[in-house]
Design a binder for this molecule. Structure first.
Ligand SMILES: Cc1cc2nc3c(=O)[nH]c(=O)nc-3n(C[C@H](O)[C@H](O)[C@H](O)COP(=O)(O)OP(=O)(O)OC[C@H]3O[C@@H](n4cnc5c(N)ncnc54)[C@H](O)[C@@H]3O)c2cc1C
Length: 392
């Protein structure tokens, strides 16, 4: 077990290991990741890992575009594949969301995301199995899709290790050390590690960890989010697009083996607060029917789809359903990257790169991450609009 480091990162999820990799690539010194269980044991290993190129917020869509560029050349950068599948993304809107969709399309185009607005009839030609009567407009990004969260994370881990990063698994951070308002290290289940910079990337445990450190919990909470899995009938035809269905408040994406993964985008369904150790890991019948019924309203042929084993996992929700990224003002040298509100996988490479840039004092990274700073909540600078449900 190492005793000193230049940076300690708490959490071996996709975010923590990405930050470690990009710091090491910048030659930032000895980087150590401390993970209480095993790599990917938190949200990451349970992620649906959709790469939805869509947001109502300019800063958020800029992170998506930046991350997507990395996903496109992932193997070249990390030396192993991430399982990227480009299914195309369609965001379906009724009349009440049509104007917001148009605005989101302008934001996406401004950061280089290829997208277009389709009429319901144009969408029906693209997706013949879908009902379009209730739709007013569809946002279509052909590059959207998904990747494999553990392939991605393990590829980043391997690249980080090759660049000199030390990863300690089964090592729980139990306290923060600081003197005179500056971080000096952490206490762990395997002894103390001295370091002038500490990054908390503890996912659903972030609230608890911040409280343990005697700091504001930033209004974060952990929730258990279930995902259903169903086998499409043979007459469905080719796989559907990845969809965010605003009228029905559901999302769905295809998976290999004629499967469809789906869940709720309604903040009141499948996003209830929970203590991390109470995570059930399964999907209730009530939730399954809630999602399956709505999905069958959109794709009637799915009424006879066969249910397969779903799962649930922990997410970390922030007060405005946007990530919390940056320096914690109470203690110099302490940073956090958390609060991804169910959307951390798709931006993880950009978060890793920009958090590393922020810690290294780079101007561009500092500017791009400024809207997500932890202090925004006390400054009254919330990024909330609430117009797209669980999308923020
Ligand atoms: C069911 C589900 C579906 C999702 N779907 C999508 C999606 O489609 N698209 C998308 O972009 N995102 C999605 N997400 C969200 C995405 O998976 C997360 O935002 C992302 O994985 C967060 O990564 P992380 O590294 O921040 O957190 P985590 O993966 O949770 O990693 C945090 C790590 O910190 C460790 N840790 C905590 N406390 C300590 C401590 N005291 N000491 C040491 N280690 C500690 C934990 O063990 C954990 O491994 C989904 C999440 C879930 C659960």
């Amino acid at each position: 077990m190492v005793k000193t480091a230049d940076v300690v990162i708490i959490g071996g999820g996709v975010v923590g290991v990405s930050i470690a990799y990009f710091l090491a690539r910048r030659g930032f010194g000895r980087i150590v990741v401390l993970e209480q269980e095993t790599i990917g044991a938190g949200s990451t290993g349970r992620s649906v890992a959709s790469i939805d190129l869509f947001s109502h917020h300019p800063a958020a869509v800029a992170l998506q575009a930046r991350a997507y560029k990395i996903f496109l050349r992932f193997e070249e950068m990390f030396g192993a594949e991430c399982g990227l599948m480009t299914t195309g993304l369609a965001v379906l809107a009724g009349p009440e969301h049509a104007a917001a969709l148009e605005q989101a399309a302008r934001l996406a185009e401004a950061v280089g995301i290829t997208c277009q607005l389709l009429s319901p009839d144009e969408f029906a030609r693209l997706e013949p199995a879908a009902v379009v009567d209730d739709l007013a407009a569809v946002y279509y990004a052909p590059g959207g899709g998904y990747a494999d969260p553990m392939l991605t994370t393990n590829a980043v881990v391997a690249a980080a290790r090759r660049t000199g990063v030390v990863i300690e698994q089964g090592c729980k951070v139990t306290g923060l050390k600081h003197t005179g308002g500056r971080v000096t290290g952490v206490d762990t289940s395997a002894g103390a590690v001295a370091a002038p910079v500490v990054v908390s990337a503890a996912g659903p445990w972030s609230k608890r960890l911040l409280k343990l450190f005697g700091l504001s919990d930033l209004g974060l909470y952990a929730c258990e989010h279930p995902v259903i899995s169903m086998q499409r009938p043979a007459n469905f035809g080719p796989p559907h697009l990845s969809i965010l269905d605003l009228p029905n408040q559901t999302y769905a994406r295809p998976e290999t083996g004629n499967l469809t993964l789906a869940g709720s985008m309604d903040r009141g369904v499948g996003y209830e607060a929970i203590e991390p150790e109470d995570c059930y890991g399964q999907v209730t019948a009530e939730y399954t029917f809630w999602v399956a019924e709505r999905l069958a309203q959109r794709y009637p042929v799915l009424e006879v789809a066969q249910l397969r084993q779903g799962w649930s996992g922990l997410m970390t929700i922030s007060p405005d359903w946007q990530p919390v990224l940056g320096a914690l003002p109470e203690v110099a040298g302490l940073y956090c990257a958390t609060g991804f509100s169910g959307q951390g996988f798709k931006i993880s490479p950009a978060v890793g790169d920009l958090m590393a840039g922020l810690i290294a004092g780079e101007v561009e990274a500092t500017e791009l991450l400024a809207p997500f700073r932890p202090s925004r909540f006390v400054e009254g600078q919330s990024l909330a609009t609430g117009q797209f449900g669980a999308l923020g």
